[in-house]
Design a protein around this ligand. Structure first.
Ligand code: EPZ
Length: 418
């Protein structure tokens, strides 16, 4: 079983190049199924979730060449419309193949998706939108049998919450459906914009018709294209907290500065000096950061739920008390108990966590509970005095490419052990 050994207290210094965004490449790989021809997707991060998407595409019969950071997909004579349970369970994003399969073949047979345990993660918004577009869905014992009754047609869909996954599934079903689809209260995350750019480059007709409104005019078919995945804003935000807890100075390269605005303003409030350049960001942290008064997660353009865990870890050694409010998921504080093993003072209840900063943390043996919680443990270990051992790190490999090598190159004392 692999584990990370980290000796904390070493100042980070140097530059890090940010990889492509996990949450962008996953739906785009599902979307390649819709295309007649080859999609060349560049800047793909080497992650276990991306491998899982590649295996699903191969299972469906696509010709996939994964030469990271490039993945080329040719659906060719794909003919399967089922995804086995073990592949569906590997990640939440497997559900995005539902919209792609329905649009391409008119049917899909799959089970409920897996992914991080963050409380109940229903897919009711995905299913009700697809039903409105003419899809018949039989749900039995966690299994979904879906087929088009007459035709897949456009529809006017208002989402009660701007769900990222539901927006993606509707987009995939709508781009080649008959007529026009309007998605109101659509998710506005940069990864959704990236999916729209890819689909439009393939010949789709998606326009943004106001804040949170997407209009899609169905087209008969899509053609292959080349597309570069946008930089991962959550990976970048995580490395910003690594600088913040070690009094470090890091230059982050290959970033999209506007996507990091909420992370920048919180760390500036905490006393870090941040200079945003074209496609780069320089963060210079004080010896000890100050508290971040209120970290309130909301859909984009607010502070991202996926960055809250590493920020909470940073708040553990800040001077003063920080308050975190999670509004997206019911149960995203599973890692907090592990953080207290470092000597952190945190009270988490429901969707709120109160972090009373302490002057120092001490090394501990801890276990990752989920992807971002795992990143939070790494941040705490970098700050802690002495050695820490982090196990169950397969969660971290789902979202951070080469995390230990990257941190070691900028001065962290970190090693991967078998
Ligand atoms: C995406 O998950 C991301 N995953 C998550 O990233 C991210 O935390 C989340 O969006 C919010 O930004 C990928 O892109 C692969 P949602 P998704 O549908 O699509 C409720 C990470 O760490 N909801 O916007 O699952 C749901 O229960 C991860 O990289 C319904 O009630 O997020 C949740 O409370 C984890 N019914 C909220 O909406 C539905 O049908 C947000 O879900 C769908 C969602």
């Amino acid at each position: 079983m692999e584990k990370l050994i980290i000796e904390g207290g070493h100042r980070l210094h140097g530059s890090i190049s940010i990889h492509g965004a996990k949450n962008s490449v996953l739906p785009i790989l599902a979307a390649t199924l819709l295309v007649d021809g080859v999609s060349e997707i560049d800047n793909c991060p080497r992650l276990s979730d991306v491998d899982a998407s590649v295996r699903i595409l191969q299972h469906l019969g696509c010709d996939v060449t994964a030469e990271y950071p490039m993945i080329a997909v040719h659906p060719g004579g794909t003919c399967r419309t089922d995804i086995p349970d073990h592949l569906m369970r590997e990640m939440r994003s497997s559900i995005i193949f539902l919209g792609a399969l329905i649009a391409r073949y008119g049917e899909a047979h799959l089970s409920y998706p897996g992914g991080c345990e963050l409380g109940p993660r229903p897919i009711d918004l995905h299913l009700s939108a697809l039903r409105k577009m003419g899809v018949h869905i039989d749900e039995k014992h966690g299994h979904l049998d879906c087929y088009i009754e007459k035709e897949l047609h456009g529809s006017d869909i208002s989402l009660s919450f701007p769900s990222v996954g539901a927006t993606e599934n509707i987009l995939l079903a709508a781009v080649t459906a008959k007529g026009k689809t309007v998605i109101r209260n659509a998710a506005r995350e940069p990864e959704i914009q990236d999916l729209c750019h890819y689909l439009n480059a393939c010949g789709a007709n998606i326009v943004r018709a106001g804040e949170g409104v997407l209009e899609i005019e169905g087209v008969p078919h899509l053609h292959g294209t080349s597309h570069r995945i946008l930089p991962d804003r959550i990976e970048a935000a995580t490395y910003m907290t690594a600088a913040a807890v070690t009094g470090g100075t890091l230059l982050l390269k290959n970033i999209d500065p506007p996507h990091l605005a909420p992370a920048v303003s919180l760390l500036e409030e905490a006393g870090c000096h941040i200079r945003v350049l074209d496609g780069e960001l320089l963060i210079d942290a004080p010896a000890r950061i100050r508290r971040m008064r209120l970290v309130h997660t909301t859909p984009y353009p607010g502070f991202p739920t996926d960055a809250a865990a590493p920020f909470l870890a940073a708040a553990c050694i800040a001077s003063g008390t920080s308050v975190f409010i999670e509004t997206i998921f019911d149960n995203r504080y599973g890692y907090v108990g592990e953080l207290t093993r470092f000597g952190a003072h945190i009270k988490a209840e429901g969707r709120m966590a109160v972090v009373e900063g302490v002057p120092s943390l001490s090394g501990a043996a801890v276990k990752c509970t989920d992807l971002r919680g795992g990143a939070a443990l790494v941040i705490a270990a970098l700050a802690a005095e002495g050695e820490s051992e982090i196990t169950e790190i397969q969660h971290i490999f789902r979202g951070y490419e080469a995390l230990s090598d990257t941190l070691a190159r900028v001065g962290a004392h970190i090693r991967l052990e078998q």
